[in-house]
Design a protein. Structure first.
Length: 291
């Protein structure tokens, strides 16, 4: 972001978006204003309005970039927590807007932006005043991605379920058990302090709520996943003995959530999120035993 702080209102968000180097067009920002301010306007109308400039650009220059739109939407999802469901509805309606007749949609560009830019997170150091906002943003983008995936059968490009695989980084690893200060002796004092935080069990506070939301939203969908995990490498070592999505791995993740829910050092909201995820997963496992 170009701004130094996250907005507290949608009006502030719109104002800050106008300062971005890769910016949405004025018409696209006007469409967002409608989404946020006028509940009487159908979201389908907002979707048609917000895609006008992108469609025009694609018609004039096939393959033209509309990064400003997708960057703005991903920022909005991360920063405006109360509008998470509105963004889910908006993306569903955007999926219905045809590009080049009925042969494709603008979702291709969305998918590329999500993969390259939107769906990533580095937990800031504790001295960063925006750390909690960044953590909330990571929770928000995961919540959105889980919820919008419910429309995957109608619009496959809205299927983000595979992105849930990142949870193995916190559910299959315990970096606090292998941390050695000597490994970071060449770093300056500030970076060493940051590495200690990243390898501390309290680092789970920054990621567990975002991981849990996949399972509280649709544990059944994650349970049914199978096949390879795209960024799982052969030499990658975790506490789980196996590869790819599987029922066995699902159970391992559920057990790790159960364990996290009882770790005294963690924040109450972290433990509550882990407990809720584990319960949702257990319910799915039990249901599938009897089905």
């Amino acid at each position: 972001m170009a701004s130094s702080a996250w907005p507290s209102t949608w009006q502030e968000f719109i104002a800050l978006q106008q300062e971005e180097r890769i910016a949405a067009t004025p018409l696209q920002l006007d469409a967002l204003k409608l989404l946020f301010s006028d509940q009487s306007v159908p979201v389908s109308n907002v979707a048609k309005l917000i895609t006008v400039d992108s469609i025009k650009a694609h018609e004039e220059t096939p393959g033209a970039s509309d990064s400003g739109l997708w960057r703005t939407l991903s920022d909005g999802i991360k920063q405006l927590t109360e509008y998470n469901d509105k963004f889910v509805e908006l993306f569903y309606e955007i999926a219905k807007v045809p590009l080049h007749g009925a042969t494709s949609t603008l979702l291709t560009a969305y998918w590329e932006w999500w993969t390259e830019w939107a769906f990533s997170f580095d937990d800031p150091p504790s001295v960063d005043p925006k750390r909690e906002a960044a953590r909330q943003g990571w929770l928000n983008i995961n919540a959105f991605s889980a919820k919008v995936s419910r429309n995957r059968r109608e619009f496959p490009l809205l299927n983000n379920l595979g992105r849930a695989a990142w949870v193995r980084d916190i559910l299959e690893k315990k970096p606090w058990e292998t941390y050695s200060q000597a490994d970071f002796a060449d770093l300056d004092e500030e970076d060493q302090a940051y590495q200690r935080e990243l390898h501390d069990i309290k680092s789970l506070d920054g990621r567990v709520p975002a991981a849990a939301v996949w399972f509280t939203t649709d544990a059944q969908a994650i349970y049914e996943l199978g096949g390879e995990i795209g960024d799982e490498y052969e030499n990658e070592k975790t506490d789980f003995d196996g590869r790819g999505f599987s029922k066995k791995r699902f159970a391992f993740w559920r057990e790790r959530f159960e364990w996290i829910s009882g770790v005294e050092e963690l924040a109450e909201k972290t433990k509550a999120a882990a407990k809720e995820a584990a319960a949702a997963m257990k319910k799915v496992e039990e249901a599938n035993k009897t089905s």
